[in-house]
Design a protein around this ligand. Structure first.
Ligand SMILES: N[C@@H](CCC(=O)N[C@@H](CS)C(=O)NCC(=O)O)C(=O)O
Length: 406
């Protein structure tokens, strides 16, 4: 009997998790291929407000969160042993289900996504994710030293969740050397994926030979004209470029910044002024129109300058940060530059931001934590004017490359 249709892209281990759970209960889910780039229309968001897959369109309930979908399949049978046969076992099953999501899946995703180009590569973030995955693997390896399964003596939902959460890791990241560091986990993983229902829904899991590595993107072509003329910079890939392809986003919540008292300084006007004039003219306009009550100025410094390598990679980091600042576009303007040379460079710059604090629209960006934002008080403007000019005109000493957030 089918419990409904799971929508997801093909071969998603989270879908396999739900289907394996159903199979252990003699049930099935149908599956319909779903393209995240094209199929997320308003009706989809209406039903599934997170906008993520897999989701279940069920006869009696629509569900998101793959754990819930698998649980729903197991809960069809009263006292399913796969959910634990005692309060202790039930709690342990939940423990491992949460461990799989929070300690494995989330950190694996933070490790893999930048390597696959799904999110900007920030070395400190990826390194931190790798450490967290290793910490989880260490813990699991200890637990599995004398166990075949995580709870009791047979497969439970704990194993279904933990094993499916590691599928991409074993396929794409854990090479032979890494597997040997976690021998108990590897033995366990191989045992479980050899089971009938796992084989049916995961197929043959090809263990990783060469782990995914970060491959820096090719250097962007610079716009014609002198490097120090930011106004001639090619427009960063604006969302409008992708507008035809982009799925319809859910309605945006209003920003708190829209509730601030109106400011005579019009951000769009400043952006046009900056884009269409020489820095001398633009900066003169800026200081004549700047509204220190409605806007604040911030010096921005990358925290890990000593880890930067090639200039173009540093500039790509800036691009990645700006891509994550999409929500702030209406409220902020910034210039970040790379100064120095390959293997000896820094990222720094200035931001103009609506309001007096770093707002949610900026601090929510994944890469925000890699930068120090230091507020420049109005009393410091005179002393900083020359420096700010240089950052906006890209005339800093040692200037190598830069990007404008506008
Ligand atoms: N906790 C969720 C995670 C779902 C999830 O992250 N899905 C990814 C694909 S595997 C997705 O839809 N991402 C699209 C997005 O983040 O917009 C679950 O287990 O179902």
């Amino acid at each position: 009997m089918t419990l409904g249709t799971i929508l997801s892209y093909p071969n998603n281990p989270r879908t396999a998790k739900s289907k394996i759970a159903a199979a252990y209960n003699g049930l099935t889910f149908d599956e319909k291929s779903f393209d995240l780039m094209k199929d997320r229309d308003a009706a989809f968001y209406q039903k599934f407000p997170m906008g993520k897959v897999p989701v279940l369109e069920g006869g009696e309930v629509d569900l998101f969160e793959s754990n819930a979908i698998g649980y729903y399949a197991l809960a069809q049978k009263e006292n399913s042993p796969l959910l634990g046969t005692s309060p202790v076992e039930k709690a342990l099953v939940i423990q491992w289900m949460l461990f799989a999501d929070n300690e494995i899946s989330a950190n694996l995703s933070a490790w893999m996504s930048p390597l696959m180009g799904y999110s900007p590569y920030m070395k400190p973030n990826v390194d931190s994710a790798i450490d967290k995955v290793k910490r989880a693997m260490d813990a699991l390896n200890k637990v599995l030293v004398d166990k075949t399964y995580l709870v009791g003596e047979d497969i439970t939902y704990a194993d279904i969740c933990v094993v499916t959460s590691m599928v991409f890791a074993y396929k794409l990241l854990f090479d032979k050397e890494m597997r040997s560091q976690y021998k108990n986990v590897t033995r366990y993983f191989n045992t479980v994926i050899g089971k009938k229902h796992f084989k049916e829904h995961l197929g043959q899991v090809q263990l990783c030979e060469t782990p995914l590595k970060y491959v820096p993107p090719k250097k962007e072509k610079k716009a014609a004209g002198p490097a120090t003329t930011p106004k001639k910079e090619k427009k960063a890939a604006a969302p409008a470029d992708d507008a035809e392809e982009a799925p319809k986003p859910p309605p945006k919540p209003k920003s708190k910044l829209d509730l601030l008292p109106p400011s005579p300084f019009i951000m769009d006007e400043w952006k046009r002024m900056y884009s269409n004039n020489d820095p001398d003219v633009a900066m003169k306009w800026f200081w004549e129109h700047h509204d220190p009550e409605g806007y604040s100025l911030w010096k921005v410094d990358y925290k890990y300058n000593d880890e930067l390598t090639l200039v173009f990679m540093s500039n790509n980091l800036i691009g990645g940060f700006f891509a994550r600042l999409e929500m702030a576009r209406k409220y902020a303007f910034g210039s970040l530059v790379v100064c120095g040379k390959n293997n000896d460079n820094t990222i720094s710059g200035y931001f103009l931001i609506r309001g007096q604090e770093v707002p949610f629209e900026v601090y929510d960006a994944a890469d925000f934590g890699s930068y120090n934002f230091t507020k420049i008080e109005p009393s410091q403007y005179e002393e900083k004017k020359d420096e700010i000019y240089k950052y906006m005109a890209w005339e800093n000493e040692g200037f190598a490359d830069g990007k404008i957030f506008k």
